[in-house]
Design a protein around this ligand. Structure first.
Ligand SMILES: [Zn+2]
Length: 68
């Protein structure tokens, strides 16, 4: 399977990391095709970037395969 390069739909930052894509799927839904970088996702959800990073850590600690 070819590895697709995703870029942030808001600021165009690329490539997005596996963790960034993972948290988008978790927070916006598995079917979402629009991905944000951490900063834009935080903006979109009106939270702090650190809150997003904390969530990624939480999911990682749960052993979620979407994260590394
Ligand atoms: Zn962005």
């Amino acid at each position: 399977m070819a590895k697709k390069i995703f870029s942030c739909i808001a600021c165009g930052k690329r490539p997005l990391t596996k963790n960034e894509i993972g948290i988008n799927k978790k927070l916006l839904g598995m079917k979402s095709k629009n991905f944000y970088c951490i900063e834009c996702l935080a903006n979109f959800l009106e939270v702090e970037p650190q809150d997003i990073l904390d969530k990624i850590e939480d999911f990682k600690n749960d052993g979620c395969k979407l994260f590394e």
